[in-house]
Ligand binder design. Structure first.
Ligand SMILES: CC(C)(COP(=O)(O)OP(=O)(O)OC[C@H]1O[C@@H](n2cnc3c(N)ncnc32)[C@H](O)[C@@H]1OP(=O)(O)O)[C@@H](O)C(=O)NCCC(=O)NCCS
Length: 176
């Protein structure tokens, strides 16, 4: 009999897990420095209270959805969905990362699916993200999920030379 596929679990981070959240977030920034607006140096400088507060606030804010991916019980990926500060009908996605040893098995697709589900449950109009224009794997992932290039191009961070494109997925038809 062929081996059964490894169990993949997508779930919310809970506040007491902040050390594990910190570890995977720092690992993502070290592994993929060109994929994020933030940097390893910036986030390594945060004290434990900052990490603890991030998850504690997310638990009660009503506008945050930090998601963890576990494969065979090991934390291998994350994404953070957050309602836009200026537009309650828009959800932004951040921090998408899957550990290299778990890539190519649909972990990111499952994280994205769960984040989109959360956005739909909140009755969001659209979901938006920024992605490095040179990040082929991520561009393909988001295009497969139906995200479209808005044409917006912005520097990922000052002096980096990295350019990100904004992608948008409409969850509802635009009202005329
Ligand atoms: C981009 C990223 C999140 C994708 O994660 P992932 O878990 O490997 O994504 P998926 O497994 O869903 O898809 C990756 C590929 O595996 C394929 N795949 C998915 N499930 C599969 C399966 N069961 N069997 C075989 N192939 C599969 C997909 O079709 C896809 O192929 P493609 O890249 O040729 O289009 C990951 O590469 C990553 O973390 N990169 C660094 C950080 C980053 O770029 N983050 C995005 C910031 S915007």
């Amino acid at each position: 009999m062929p081996p059964s596929p490894a169990p993949l679990v997508i779930r919310r981070f809970v506040p007491h897990e902040w050390p594990a959240y910190r570890e995977i977030r720092l690992r993502s920034l070290a592994d993929s420095p060109d994929a994020f607006g933030s940097t390893l140096a910036a986030e390594q400088a945060y004290g434990p209270d900052t990490w603890e507060r991030r998850l504690a606030k997310a638990e009660v804010s009503g506008i945050d959805c930090p998601l963890a991916a576990e494969l065979d019980g090991r934390l291998v990926g994350l994404i953070w969905a957050k309602v836009d500060a200026g537009d309650a009908s828009l959800v932004n996605l951040f921090q998408m990362w899957v550990a290299p040893e778990a890539r190519g098995r649909g972990v990111a697709a499952a994280l994205l699916h769960a984040a989109l589900q959360w956005a739909r449950e909140r009755d969001a109009r659209a979901v938006r993200l920024g992605v490095n224009c040179a990040n082929g794997a991520a561009l393909r992932l988001y295009a497969r999920a139906g995200f479209l290039d808005t044409g917006v191009r912005e520097p990922m961070r000052p002096d980096s030379g990295l350019v990100e494109q904004t992608m948008l997925l409409a969850l509802k038809p635009a009202v005329a």
